[in-house]
Design a binder for this molecule. Structure first.
Ligand SMILES: Cc1ncc(COP(=O)(O)O)c(C=O)c1O
Length: 378
């Protein structure tokens, strides 16, 4: 696994201090939120704030933090999808070709198919598990990758894929949502854009919707900043303040979720009701070797197969600790039957998001709920 990531210090140290101003006597360690729409205007071009859609001190603090963690410049958006579409719409124009994962986040694929193709942009879908080839990226302007992919948790060798895409003249964007800005560093692995839904484990308390993009190139940052200002895809300062506060515990939450996910994956693998289990931390997982090289933490997601939609319902009914909920990365363990949202997956596929509960409790609960699935089928 790669070490602490950009910045030298360990991940918990960086997360706790990220984006904060130097401590000043008599001042709070963490500045409060600035919920301002209007400001007393300064002189033209003096760099002071003027209007709430353009910039905000609380955004800047969070963006500083994300930039420190990601190793680039960061820009916060009103949601992960707003961040993702900002990248697609600033990078692409009519006549361009975009490559998207055939097995990644379904709304990225749908946005491209339903909104971009009609604007004269060509789309090509490639699976995450197969190495990216020259043919996959021929003529492309942008290659969108997602690793681990959602929901199958396939792993893409990001460094190798970025090399192939760049050799063809394409820019590379990585949806880093499942990994988070401490679990994987796409910019250090060669990506031009690192995109994240901060709604998920990055903030991790299930109480806000947010996203961000990190880039190394100031030109890309300027283009995205202009885009955000023009489209108004801006977050509320209070959400951003909550997000920055939550970032301090990211490493703690992530390592616990990752440990719990691995314990659950091992228990699921051994249970007769389960036919397939995917988690990049399982040494037997097809993505493990690459994940161990490019991720600093495997994350809290586990995907597994039960025989049917009815079996998933029986599992969720029987469990006391796994809540039926979409999204992932929360403090609570949750699970989602992905076919209900139209993902092209078997009806019994479950994407489980491990929370920060005690591993022994989760394993005992999941085993008992799976036993109930077997009993209900008998
Ligand atoms: C991998 C991935 N990317 C992006 C998004 C979109 O994020 P948001 O819901 O914050 O708009 C999601 C949401 O589920 C996701 O799972």
């Amino acid at each position: 696994m790669i070490g602490a990531g950009p910045g030298g210090l360990g991940p918990s140290t960086r997360a706790v201090r990220a984006g904060l101003p130097p401590a000043e006597r008599g001042q709070p360690l963490r500045p409060g939120p600035v919920p301002a729409a209007i400001y007393h205007l300064g002189g033209p071009g003096d760099g002071t704030d003027g209007y709430g859609r353009v910039d905000n001190p609380t955004w800047r603090g969070y963006e500083r933090a994300l930039g420190e963690l990601e190793g680039g410049g960061a820009l916060v958006f009103s949601s992960g999808l707003a961040a993702l579409t900002a990248v697609l719409l600033t990078a692409l124009g009519p006549g361009d070709t975009v490559v998207v994962p055939s097995d990644g986040y379904y709304l990225a694929r749908r946005f491209v198919a339903e909104r971009l193709v009609s604007q004269g942009i060509r789309a090509r879908e490639v699976p995450t598990a197969a190495p990216l080839t020259d043919a996959d990226v021929a003529g492309a302007t942008l290659v969108l990758l997602e690793s681990p992919s959602n929901p199958w948790l396939d792993v893409r060798d990001l460094r190798a894929a970025a090399d192939v895409a760049h050799a063809a003249g394409a820019a590379v964007a990585v949806d880093n949502t499942a990994a988070t800005p401490l679990g994987q560093f796409p910019l250090a692995l060669g990506a031009d854009y690192s995109i994240c839904s901060d709604t998920k484990a990055t903030t991790g308390h299930g109480d806000l919707v947010l996203g961000h993009v990190a880039v190394a190139d100031p030109g890309l940052l300027a283009a995205l900043t202009g885009w955000r200002r023009m489209t108004g895809a801006v977050p509320g300062p209070l959400e951003v303040w909550l997000a920055h506060r939550s970032l301090a515990t990211l490493q703690l939450r992530l390592t616990r979720q990752s440990d719990n996910a691995l314990a659950l994956a091992a228990a699921l693998r051994d249970h007769p009701a389960v036919s397939e289990v995917r988690h990049p931390g399982l040494p037997s997982d097809p993505g493990h070797e690459v994940a161990a090289r490019q991720m600093s933490c495997f994350g809290g997601l586990v995907t597994f197969l039960l025989p049917s939609a009815g079996a998933v319902a029986a599992f969720l009914d029987a469990s006391r600790l796994v809540t039926d909920a979409t999204s992932f990365g929360d403090l609570h363990t949750t699970a989602d039957r992905r076919a209900r949202w139209g993902d092209p997956v078997p009806p019994g596929l479950v994407r489980l998001s491990a929370g920060i509960e005690d591993a022994a409790d989760l394993v005992a609960d999941v085993r008992a709920a799976l036993d109930a699935v077997v009993d209900s089928a008998a």
